[in-house]
Design a protein around this ligand. Structure first.
Ligand code: TRP
Length: 346
């Protein structure tokens, strides 16, 4: 295997002065990512590979907290892994793996759940929301989800964790666990900081710009899947809900236009000022067509790479196996340290 950034991460004890900052994040394999996942997360993950030692994983164990069709879960996990690569996550620069392939996650997850309070888990808004959505399956895993997420994070001793708004509370709880654990046993875990991306944190529905873009929306015009074909993408933008004015300006109350401007700005790298000038006096029709075109173009490379990867099963498997090996080496070190500290025989 060629020398890669991940090896620095693995050797950070011997090469301390050169240690690059470590960044880690995960995404659940619940179907093809939306433009929202792409702009809000994965596109930034790709860019951060040059500045940090990165680890990215498919959080398949977290998906089990909601009942899954086994064949679908397997398919989605493989697709999600291929999508990360298709979006430019480089398996030689970064450690890319599937969570369940690295047993230390489940092991540390159990240990940390013994350092997490019932009251703390009860206050998590995601738990409350999901319990309402699935009243027939409020399982212990759903409740304990944040302890597993804390384990995911702390095993790699990251400096930063990019998370969306909906996961901030879980990261806060992780920080509480670090304080509690380090308070009892000394400096075991590095305190992780949230990483807030500069741009495009939140992409809204194209049909109801007051709501977040979601792949589970019943109206498929509300979201762009990153594998939609170009004609579909153009069409969805053509139908995007805006307002009854005509001016392309970023302003409070113009949620639909603000969302389209955000998307256009992220994808083209241009400022709102620039965009307003370009579309002055031209109306929404032209603007929506331009956004559709820019997004279709940006995603066409992702689509091609994804289709090629899905044809090369051997390569994909080699990538996730070797990613898991590298992840296991790092995480095992943290897990052993934890076990020793708390009194397990290692
Ligand atoms: N809970 C995250 C989500 O649903 C996914 C996730 C699992 C994660 N473990 C993580 C994200 C660790 C960041 C760090 O989006």
């Amino acid at each position: 295997m060629p020398a890669c950034a991940g090896d620095d991460m693995e050797n950070n004890e011997t090469k301390k002065p050169e240690r690059k900052q470590v960044l880690l994040s995960g995404i659940q394999p619940t179907g093809v990512f939306t433009l929202g996942n792409y702009i809000g997360a994965v596109r930034n993950w790709q860019k951060m590979q040059d500045d940090f030692d990165c680890a990215y994983f498919i959080a398949d164990l977290h998906s089990l907290t909601v009942r899954q069709e086994p064949a679908e879960l397997r398919k989605h996990s493989k697709e999600a892994f291929a999508l990360l690569l298709a979006c430019g996550i480089d398996p030689e620069k970064s450690i890319v793996f599937i969570q369940s392939h690295v047993p230390a996650h489940a092991e540390l997850g159990w240990i940390l759940s013994c350092y997490t309070q019932f009251g703390e888990l009860s206050r998590m808004t995601q738990f409350k929301d999901k319990s309402q959505q699935h009243p027939e399956n409020i399982n212990a895993g759903l409740f304990d989800y944040p302890a597993l997420m804390a384990a995911d994070i702390l095993l790699y001793q990251p400096d930063y964790v990019p998370v969306g708004a909906d996961q901030k509370q879980h990261l806060e709880l992780t920080r509480t666990i670090v304080n509690r654990f380090n308070g009892l046993y000394g400096d075991v875990f590095r305190m992780p900081e949230p990483y807030i991306a500069k741009e495009g944190a939140k992409i809204m529905s194209l049909q109801d710009p007051a709501k977040k873009m979601s792949k589970s929306d019943t109206n498929t015009n509300a979201f762009i899947s990153i594998l939609d074909d170009p004609a579909v993408i153009r069409n969805k933008f053509k139908r995007a809900v805006t307002d009854s004015e005509t001016e392309v300006v970023f302003r409070e109350g113009k949620d639909g236009i603000n969302n389209l401007m955000t998307i256009y700005s992220v994808v083209t790298g241009r400022s709102f000022d620039d965009i307003e000038k370009e579309f002055a006096g031209r109306g929404y029709g032209d603007f929506k067509a331009a956004v559709g075109e820019a997004v279709a173009e940006e995603l066409s490379g992702v689509r091609t790479r994804f289709n090629d990867l899905m044809k090369d099963n051997a390569y994909l498997e080699e990538c996730y196996r070797s990613g898991a090996e590298r992840a296991a080496r790092i995480s095992q070190r943290t897990l052993n340290k934890v076990k020793k500290k708390i009194g397990l025989i290692v």
